[in-house]
Design a protein around this ligand. Structure first.
Ligand code: KG4
Ligand code: ZN
Length: 340
């Protein structure tokens, strides 16, 4: 039986992006994202500042998303919001807004797990990209998480590996900080790496079992290497910036691809997807495409705007939950450490 047409308003506020999106079935009608520049000088997101900016942004962002979608508030069938994981103060803004919106419009409320949202972004309609079949593996790499997820169905996802310390995005951002870049430095490493030699320098790679990741050794190795080189040549970083970025990026990519290769082999799965902010990295996108050609895998890479935090992925996840009658009630609260 064909599902009825559904319009969902998605709300995302787990970290430092305030976003609202409107979906019509699995098509996105609008996806509005307001970033926060206030954290740039601090080397990371300052939770208290983030929640204050979310409060300022949430209403104009939702209003713009509804207008851009060309719908009216009354057309919305349900509101889906990120319940967690994320920063408590940030999550509270989106959660409170979504609850109030659902209550005032008398429509269902749907609580979405942010990490599930990143994975299900692959099911947003996109004429340039096919959708994966089940089962597939998704390497979900963001500022807070690094996971290998076995996806058996839309809402049947199992984490088979995760980081035991830093996330891949943190590895990018902390390395970038050592190079003197503002937060978030990941995209800047990506930019400078394009002009550099990825094999100019090599750094320590972790050696841990199973499908888990570790990035703390890499970070320490970069720190000691830079300290040593700067004692010899105080302008070492400026002189070798491109090569340093390319080599750091290469090390992170090698670490990421080693475990996904192991998982694909062990689980005999040849459909591999990437998701999360770090999947916007051009080096990772190229490397996984090359690996896919080599291994005969089908590779799925989201559109840039659906890699970093966005509400389109929350709306789409909300749509799959809505179809299954998975509604939350008005007692629901934000859950910073929400399990998968
Ligand atoms: O998924 P996301 O937007 O937010 C979280 O849920 O954490 O991911 C943000 C992370 C940051 O660490 C940022 O530096 C990283 O994604 N990132 C990148 C790139 N774009 C975003 N890292 C490397 N290269 C990029 N192009
Ligand atoms: Zn995210």
């Amino acid at each position: 039986m064909r599902q009825k047409d559904t319009i969902i308003l998605g709300i995302e506020s787990s970290c430092d992006d305030t976003s609202a999106a409107v979906s019509f079935n699995t098509r996105i009608l609008s996806n509005v994202i307001a970033g926060q520049k206030v954290h740039q000088d601090y080397g990371g997101v300052v939770p208290e500042l983030a929640s204050r900016v979310h409060q300022q942004n949430i209403i104009p962002v939702v209003d713009t998303a509804i207008k851009k979608a060309g719908i009216s508030k009354k057309d919305i069938d349900a509101v889906a919001f990120t319940r967690g994981p994320g920063l408590m103060g940030s999550l509270l803004v989106g959660t409170s807004f979504a609850k109030a919106f659902a209550l005032s419009m008398d429509i269902p409320l749907i609580e979405v797990n942010h990490m599930v949202g990143h994975v299900l972004a692959h099911f947003i309609d996109d004429e340039n990209k096919g959708k994966p079949d089940f089962p597939f593996l998704c390497l979900t790499v963001s500022g807070g998480h690094t996971q290998i997820v076995l996806v058996e169905d839309y809402l049947k996802l199992k984490v088979i590996g995760s980081t035991i310390d830093d996330a891949a995005g943190e590895a990018f951002d902390k390395s970038a900080k050592l190079l003197g870049f503002p937060y978030p430095g990941g995209p800047l490493i990506d930019k400078f790496a394009k002009e550099g030699n990825p094999f100019a320098f090599s750094f320590a790679k972790p050696n841990i079992g199973s499908y888990d990741y570790s990035f703390s050794g890499l970070k320490t190795s970069i720190l000691y290497f830079l300290q040593k080189q700067q004692e010899i040549n105080p302008s070492f970083i400026e002189t070798h910036l491109n090569d340093l970025c390319a080599s750091i990026q290469q090390s992170i990519i090698e670490i990421l691809l080693k475990k996904i290769t192991k998982a694909a082999t062990d689980f005999k799965i040849n459909q591999i997807a990437i998701a999360g902010g770090v999947s916007a990295n051009s080096g990772l996108r190229n490397a996984i495409m090359d690996l896919g050609t080599q291994k005969n895998w089908k590779i799925f890479i989201p559109k840039f705007e659906y890699c970093t935090d966005n509400a389109a992925m929350i709306a789409i996840t909300g749509k799959f939950m809505y179809d299954r009658g998975l509604h939350a009630d008005q007692n629901v609260t934000a859950l910073p450490r929400m399990p998968f």
